[in-house]
Design a protein around this ligand. Sequence first.
Ligand code: HEM
Length: 293
Amino acid sequence: MDLPWGVLIIYAALAVWAGLLIDGWRRGAFRYFLGFGVLLLLALNVRYFIEGTSGAIPFFIGIYDVLDNLGLSESDTVAAMASCPDNVCSVWGDRFAQHPAWGVAFYDRFVNGPGLRNGLLYGHIAFNSVTFVLMHWQLARPGSGDDRRRGRHRLVGRITFTTLTIGTLCAVILASEHGSISEYGGNLAMTGFWFMSLCVYTCAVMGVVAARRSDAAAHRIWMIRFVGSMWGSFWLFRVMLFVLDPLLRNYNAAAILICIWFSAPLGIAIAEWARHRFSSGRRRVPAVGLQRA
Ligand code: HEM
C-alpha cells in the first residue's frame, strides 16, 4: 500500500507549528503561529471542495488513525473504535482495520447521506472558513484612524458577521441530527454542538452590540473572546481530539464529547488569559492588533 503522504505532511506541519508556538511564547509575539494556523486550516478545509467528502473525510480520519491504533492488535475490540467496509473511510486503507467510531459514522453520514446534509456541511465549512480568515483581518486592522479605515473595518465586520451567521446556522441544523448517533454521543453531542454555537455567537453578538454603542473597549474585549471561541471550536477541538482519542478509546464517545463541550469555552478562556497577560506590559504585545484599546 502507498503511504498517505498528505497525512505525513500534516504531521510534519503540526511539528513545525508546535515549534512556532514555543518560539512565539519566548518572543511574546504570535504572528507566525497564528498565520500558520490559518493556512493549515485552509489547507485542510479546501480539500472538501477539491476532493469531495469521499476524499476529504478519509483524509481527516487518517490523521487520527495512527495514534488511535497504537498498540492495538486486529483482534482487540475497543468501545470507541469501529470498522468500515474495505477500510474506505481512511486513507490508510488496509493498514488499519479499526478507526475512530465517530469517524466511521462521520464518513457514512456524508458519503452515503442525502445531498441536503452534504450541502449543509459544505456551507458550514465554506462560511466558517471565510469567517476565520476575515476575523484575523479585522484584528490586524482595527477601526481606529481615519474615516476610510473605519468604513472598511465596518464593512468587513458586517460581511464577517453574515458569514458567521450562515456557517453557524448550518452547524446547528447538522447537530440537530446527532441525537440518534451514539458514536458521537447522541443527545449530549447534539446539545454540546448547540452550546458551542452559543459560545461563539454570543461573543460575536456582544461585540457587535458594543460596536453599535460606540464602546470601543468592550468591542475589542468581546471580539478577542470571539476569536478565541473560533480557534477553540476549530483548532483546540481537533488537537484535543488527537490527544484524547487514543487515551479514551475504551470509552464510547468520551473523547469527542469532551472536545464538543469544552473546546469553545476553553478557547475563550485562553483568549481572555492572553488579553490580560499581553496587555499587562510584562511582555511585548502580540503583533495582531491586540494592543489597541
Ligand atoms: C460555531 C462553532 C462550530 C460548531 C457548532 C461546529 C459544528 C460542526 C458540526 C456539527 C460538524 C459536522 C458533524 C456532523 O454533522 O457529522 C462540523 C464539521 C466540521 N466543521 Fe465545524 N463547527 C464549528 C466551528 C467550526 C469552524 C470555526 C470551522 C472552520 C473554520 C469548522 C469547520 C468544520 C469542518 C472542516 C468540519 C468537517 C470535519 C473536518 O474535516 O474537520 N467548524 N462542525
